[in-house]
Design a protein. Structure first.
Length: 91
């Protein structure tokens, strides 16, 4: 069963700031995650503050997609999409 995806405003702004090629790659990767979430290992970030607990990461080229995975609700919430060199600095 496919998941529902909610893109939060922070991720929407990140997505709009990407170049066309990177944007298309990220959208394809999120779509892939939506369809394949049941069979994917969701890599959670360690040592996160309480408000970011359970945040997972997914790679798309040089970009990282940070999201929450809610298996009981069949829901993914995309939090941030940033270049790998800066994504973890802002957390």
């Amino acid at each position: 069963m496919e998941y529902q995806v909610i893109v939060l405003p922070t991720a929407e702004a990140d997505l709009e700031s990407l170049g066309t090629e990177a944007r298309i790659g990220v959208i394809r990767r999120v779509e892939w995650l939506r369809v394949n979430s049941l069979s994917v290992i969701h890599h959670r970030l360690q040592n996160m503050p309480d408000n970011l607990a359970g945040l997972c990461r997914l790679w798309s080229g040089d970009y990282r997609i940070l999201y929450w995975h809610y298996p009981t609700k069949k829901l993914l919430k995309v939090y941030r999409i940033q270049h790998r060199s800066e994504v973890y600095r802002s957390l």
